[in-house]
Design a protein around this ligand. Sequence first.
Ligand SMILES: Cc1cc2nc3c(=O)[nH]c(=O)nc-3n(C[C@H](O)[C@H](O)[C@H](O)COP(=O)(O)OP(=O)(O)OC[C@H]3O[C@@H](n4cnc5c(N)ncnc54)[C@H](O)[C@@H]3O)c2cc1C
Length: 321
Amino acid sequence: MSEILVLVGGVGADAAVTKPVLELVTLARRWGEPSVVVFGSTPDVDLLGRYGVSTVYRFDGPEYADHLIAPRAEALAALVANRAPVGVLATASTDDREIAARVALRVGAGFVYDAVDVLADADGVRTVQSVFAGNYAVTASFAEGPVVVAVKANAVTPAEVQSPSPASVQVVEHEVSAGARRTRVVASEVKEAASSRPELGGAAIVVSGGRGTGGDFSPIEELADVLGGAVGASRAAVDSGWYPHQFQVGQTGKTVSPQLYLAAGISGAIQHRAGMQTSRTIVAVDKDPEAPIFDLVDFGVVGDLKVVLAQATAEIAARRG
Ligand SMILES: Cc1cc2nc3c(=O)[nH]c(=O)nc-3n(C[C@H](O)[C@H](O)[C@H](O)COP(=O)(O)OP(=O)(O)OC[C@H]3O[C@@H](n4cnc5c(N)ncnc54)[C@H](O)[C@@H]3O)c2cc1C
């Protein structure tokens, strides 16, 4: 069967088999056999085996952690040239997307980023992108070369295989070129404080607050926590200093595509929509019945978010026991 390489983002301790990676593996099985590529650590081979991964290619070496993405892009491109896979899949995180783009350039392949689906049937492999703030869906096919795609989180539900067996690990040697080592990380990285909430970009549920919160994000956080979701914010809320910038959703913030997006006190400006419009189910709470966000929603509540969110949180908590 044809091999498809799935990139695990990060290096060493940061290289985790996250839900978005398992989604890529599940997508890859639509048209081939997924193998995983990882830098500096051995992932959970039992977990990967359960999702149908038979081989893990592992690159080791300090240059992957000490430098920016160039060594990883070069190593992955060399592996692609060597293995001749039919596809390379990466998540839509900033680093993984750039690595995938560089790999495509090096191996002469077509590249699609921010895909929301990858289809495979008798007509071949096609990607689906949601563009112009989600108003159009673009389907693209590949004329030649391996299919290199960066896929948004929540494109598919990860599915285990029926007869799993642990993945085997192959250590791959690669001499990183001087050119790829030109940019080195010299200062220590400052890690964000760990949060018990899921990472915004890959979360299945996102609850976002806007200017309508008046600066009090506690109803947003409480609802997010009872749902096990991540917290997001509009730019108006971020610019007001009410919530940190890394939680901004939209054109100049994060792009999210969860199963459920709940916007509270967010009017639905085009720049905000650009970052959340591909969410599966969209719910909005706004006191203005004319707010543009209501043009977009599956379910809307007109009311004061403090009242509505508190009621929803209490009801969900009671039902969950
Ligand atoms: C180049 C550019 C890039 C941008 N990028 C982004 C981006 O990435 N992300 C982003 O979000 N924006 C972005 N913006 C800003 C965007 O245009 C809007 O200004 C912004 O999204 C508005 O945020 P908001 O919906 O929270 O505020 P508002 O538009 O002021 O809406 C607040 C809403 O809250 C409602 N409300 C008020 N009180 C309550 C209450 N008690 N209960 C319920 N509802 C209430 C109001 O009725 C209103 O609908 C960008 C703009 C530009 C020009």
